[in-house]
Ligand binder design. Structure first.
Ligand SMILES: *Cc1c(COP(=O)(O)O)cnc(C)c1O
Length: 465
């Protein structure tokens, strides 16, 4: 016998959510729902389903922020209805965006006498796309002026994040990606020079390579390109993909020259939602000088009677992330960012030292502030057979909620599997020590229950970043 008459229950607002008629059936999954449902009921359903997602704080794969101050949550809620594109309607939000651009120009050492320009984006991918388009247009203009062909542009990069594969594919540009070698996992000036010619629209070093977390040597690459220009007359610009490093090096390795201090660096992108400590959905791109941003990429919009550049790919975009970026700049300043990131680097170094002590692992990068981002990665020692693969270990850790990605390196090191931990704001030393316990327990488990057929890259759940 049914506990209650379902039709009458619909009227009974006092009913417990889980005893309601709405929740007595499965919700539609494929067809568009016919009827309305109580907001409270639907909230519970959606909220509960989200429990099945990984716990973002234990997601040590992501570079993005997963912990935010209560004030950031508050500002995000206040800005939920603000559209970044409506510069005339929300002039203060537009003003805040341009203050952020000015502050970033200062942070990235735009020299006096240049007129740096830039904008917010949805993330580094859109920012990279804009930086890349500007390089392509500048190269085309120079070639046309010299009466030369513009049908074979190429871009030289190290092992890059997928956004650069998208950029070169979407814009029909030959991608000359420097493959990894055993013992050399990032770009070197020599490898860059081998791939440059008169059709090279630019070189993109990454400050914080996705796979190994290391900084590529921007200063040395710039010097090599200076020599190349003297020899061959090719003036090849640098765009730095500083998705992570743009909000790390200025605070924790200020003497590292990777930014607009190098005249050859014409543009830089960075992710506000990574080490910029803002909520998801904000990136930045800056050009050294307004002459580095071709006019035909710029749309001018009316703004409080004046004119303002609009250089984004999207039209409507949320404004909250940008407002929170500004909040963070004021809240933390250089000092606050330095403290937070230093704590993360130190936790990364602690984890690297402890993981090395476990025996079978070789640390490839251990969280050195001058060499990369607050992260670590390791592989199984050459010749060691611990009785499990890194994919097995990742799988085992997942049973405790940890997401510690294991993945095969890209070309030409596809046979090398590595495992990586990102240490972000909110990944405390204590949380790290709990993870270590779980790594130890996993290894003990594998000793007791040996793996017959270790998992390989193709079987593992993919981590795509
Ligand atoms: C994350 C990342 C990107 C993409 O940035 P999004 O902000 O996620 O769009 C590009 N390059 C590098 C080096 C990255 O780490």
């Amino acid at each position: 016998m049914a506990l209650h008459d379902k039709n009458s229950v619909r009227e009974e607002l006092e009913d417990d959510v889980y005893a309601s008629a709405d929740l007595s059936v499965k919700m539609p999954k494929h067809h568009f729902p016919k009827l309305e449902h109580e907001p409270r009921h639907v909230y519970s359903i959606v909220h509960d389903e989200l429990m099945l997602d990984g716990n973002s704080r234990q997601n040590l794969a992501t570079f993005c922020q997963t912990w935010l101050e209560p004030e950031v949550h508050q500002l995000m809620a206040e800005c939920v209805n603000k559209n970044m594109v409506d510069k005339d309607e929300y002039p203060q939000t537009a003003e805040i965006e341009s203050r952020c651009v000015n502050m970033l120009g200062d942070l990235w050492n735009a020299p006096a006498g240049t007129n740096h320009v830039g904008c917010s984006t949805t993330g580094s991918s859109e920012a990279a796309m804009l930086g890349g388009m500007a390089m392509k247009r500048r190269w085309e203009a120079q070639r046309k002026a010299a009466g030369k062909a513009i049908d074979k542009p190429n871009l030289v990069t190290g092992p890059v994040q997928v956004c650069w594969h998208k950029f070169t594919r979407y814009w029909d540009i030959e991608h000359r990606e420097i493959p990894m070698e055993k013992g050399r996992l990032i770009m070197t000036p020599e490898e860059v020079l081998k791939r440059c010619d008169e059709n090279t629209i630019g070189v993109v070093p990454t400050l914080g390579v996705t796979f190994t977390c290391q900084f590529e040597p921007v200063e040395q690459v710039a010097a090599a390109l200076d020599r190349l220009e003297k020899e061959k007359g090719w003036d090849i610009p640098i765009h730095v993909d500083a998705a992570s490093g743009g909000f790390l090096a200025p605070f924790c390795a200020p003497e590292l020259e990777w930014d607009f201090r190098l005249p050859r660096v014409k543009s830089i992108n960075s992710s506000g939602h990574k080490f910029g400590l803002s909520p998801l959905g904000v990136g930045w791109v800056l050009w050294r000088d307004d002459s580095d941003l071709p006019d035909d990429l710029v749309f001018w919009v009316n703004y409080l009677g004046g004119n303002m550049r609009d250089i984004a790919l999207n039209f409507s975009r949320p404004g909250g992330q940008i407002v929170c970026q500004y909040y963070n700049f004021l809240r933390l300043g250089r000092e606050g960012y330095r403290k937070i990131h230093t704590a993360c680097y130190e936790t990364a170094q602690y984890l690297a030292a402890e993981i090395e002590k476990l025996g079978p692992f070789e640390i490839l990068y251990g969280g050195d502030m001058k060499e990369g981002i607050p992260a670590l990665c390791w592989k199984i020692k050459e010749g060691a057979n611990p009785g499990f693969s890194l994919f097995d270990l990742a799988d085992r850790l997942r049973s405790r909620g940890w997401q510690v990605p294991a993945y095969a390196l890209p070309a030409d090191c596809e046979d090398v599997a590595i495992q990586r931990i990102l240490v972000r704001h909110g990944v405390s030393r204590d949380l790290g020590s709990l993870l270590l316990q779980d790594i130890k327990h996993s290894m003990e488990y594998f000793q007791k229950h040996p793996i017959q057929t270790p998992m390989v890259a193709a079987e593992a759940t993919g981590f795509h970043h």
